[in-house]
Design a protein around this ligand. Structure first.
Ligand SMILES: [Mg+2]
Length: 82
């Protein structure tokens, strides 16, 4: 796969956007959840959800597996605090 194709590949975008979520979470932990940091985290999560929607629209994800894991993960972490 060429360098130009890699830049526009949805898997690459998912990796990039997940990395931006990691950075945004780090800033929230360092600086608090108020103001710009919370907005930035919300924006980055939106970016990840957008890429996931695109992957779903192209049948790149198994909807049953995604649904099962979503439920399991929600139940596993629902008692955690912010
Ligand atoms: Mg982003």
């Amino acid at each position: 796969m060429g360098a130009i194709l890699m830049r526009f590949n949805l898997y690459v975008k998912l990796m990039e956007e997940c990395g931006e979520v990691v950075q945004a979470c780090s800033k929230v932990l360092k600086r608090g959840r108020d103001g710009v940091e919370e907005v930035n985290l919300s924006e980055e999560v939106g970016d990840v959800l957008g890429v996931i929607r695109l992957l779903q629209s192209k049948d790149a994800l198994d909807p049953v597996v995604v649904g099962e894991k979503l439920k399991q993960t929600y139940e596993k972490y629902e008692d955690l605090e912010l």
